[in-house]
Ligand binder design. Structure first.
Ligand code: NAD
Length: 376
């Protein structure tokens, strides 16, 4: 197929959907690859590296005018205008954004959103949520360590002892687990919590303490089981008990990393303004859910400001909304491999597009086809 790789133009986006490594593999599979000049520069991939991998360097119109367009983010209006009706699009297309999907359908694209892949073993190698959340968890801790004006590890020096930082991680999915592992490597003392009691073992295996909020009623137990590995909203009584436990830990914390999300819903509020007030001056909150909160609330903390770092009540709140983009080279390299693996399901041996709706991953990722929104 004629594959196009445009430069991402969404604000703050630095990633690229194909790296020189995956370009070489696509070329070997018989595709013709057109990469927009500069598409990989922010991710440390030069035009020369793409040429060496067998790609042609082209302008924006040629990259977006390909039969198969590989992107990181959903196309903006001007990008949609440059795409061919009938073209295939693969990217992170926001499956819950109905209006956005309608635009893809109106442009008569066959569009696949990789975020919608099921959480199954077969889909693991193309799971963009995991590959990117992993990096977000790492980077959140790196930013926290940078903003925090004290050390993470305990230090015993001739000039006296420095205490280890206390880190609290709220939400222990892929990002939370990596945040725990990263903070641990830096020597912090860590506590973490999640609605899903199944993660307790994972938290403990990383050397952190699990903040247990036991489920009491059958309704709470059922909600805590989640669905498809994801969290479901918990009943108010459980959330109230969780709040009490979290408040105790947050008051003692030096760093709080919040990652709690429920797919398709606003991020829950876990760190209230009173909790922020209870924190020591100089403490840091990195809100990975920034930009995903309910209306008027930007993340897991109501004081978070999406896209900004602010100081409130003496606490630094980091509301970075695209942490993977701050580690562009490795985020792109994992994302590009996810894309390459997904393409195996929609490209046949002759390097032509095939639409096999019997394949559960293909069916789940298909968002638009033949002028219609096809999201299940
Ligand atoms: P996510 O990004 O959707 O959410 C982050 C975390 O926040 C989740 O652990 C969630 O339970 C938690 N959370 C939600 N509401 C909360 C609240 N009120 N209080 C505390 N925590 C709250 O999650 P994710 O990183 O996508 O991972 C979800 C699960 O899927 C994990 O168990 C992960 O290991 C699993 N997973 C499985 C596969 C696979 O089987 N192939 C692949 C990837 C992830």
């Amino acid at each position: 197929m004629l594959i196009g790789v445009p430069l991402e133009t969404a604000a703050g986006e630095t990633r690229v959907a194909v790296t020189p490594e995956t370009a070489k593999k696509l070329k070997a599979q018989g595709h013709v690859l057109r990469v927009q000049s500069g598409a990989g520069v922010a991710a440390s991939a030069t035009d020369e590296a793409y040429v060496a991998a067998g790609a042609e360097i082209v302008d924006r119109v040629a990259a977006l005018g390909a039969d198969l367009v590989l992107k990181v983010r959903a196309p903006l209006a001007d990008e949609l205008d440059m795409m061919k009706p009938g073209a295939v699009l693969v990217g992170m297309l926001n499956p819950f954004d109905r209006d956005g999907l309608q635009k893809l359908a109106d442009a008569r694209l066959t569009a696949f959103a990789l975020e919608a892949a099921p959480r199954t073993t077969r889909a693991q190698s193309m799971d963009v949520l995991s590959s990117q959340a992993n990096i977000a968890g790492y980077k959140a801790v790196m930013i926290a360590a940078d903003k925090y004006q004290r050390l993470f590890p305990m230090l015993m020096t001739a000039a006296g002892t420095i205490k280890a930082a206390r880190v609290v991680v709220l939400g222990v999915g892929v990002a939370g687990l990596q945040a725990i592992a990263t903070a641990k490597r830096l020597g912090a003392v860590i506590e973490a919590t999640d609605v899903r009691p199944a993660v307790k073992e994972q938290v403990e295996s990383l050397g952190a303490k699990f903040i247990d909020v036991p489920t009491e009623t059958p309704e709470e137990k059922e909600a805590a089981e989640g669905v498809g590995g994801y969290a479901k909203p918990m009943p108010p009584a459980w959330l109230e008990r969780q709040k009490i436990e979290v408040a105790k830990r947050v008051a003692l914390a030096d760093v709080v990393i919040t990652t709690a999300l429920i797919p398709g819903r606003a991020a829950p509020v876990l760190v209230t303004e009173d909790m922020v007030k209870s924190m020591k001056p100089g403490s840091v909150i990195v809100d990975i859910a920034a930009g995903r909160g309910a209306s008027g609330i930007d993340g897991n903390c109501p004081l978070t400001e999406a896209g900004r770092t602010v100081v409130k009540h003496g606490v630094t709140l980091v509301g970075e909304t695209n942490l993977p983009a701050l580690v562009a080279a490795d985020s792109s390299s994992l994302y590009a491999r996810n894309v390459l693996d997904f393409l195996k399901l929609v490209v046949d041996k002759e390097a032509a597009f095939k639409l096999d709706l019997e394949d559960d991953i293909v069916a789940a990722c298909l968002m638009a086809h033949a002028g219609e929104v096809r999201r299940k």
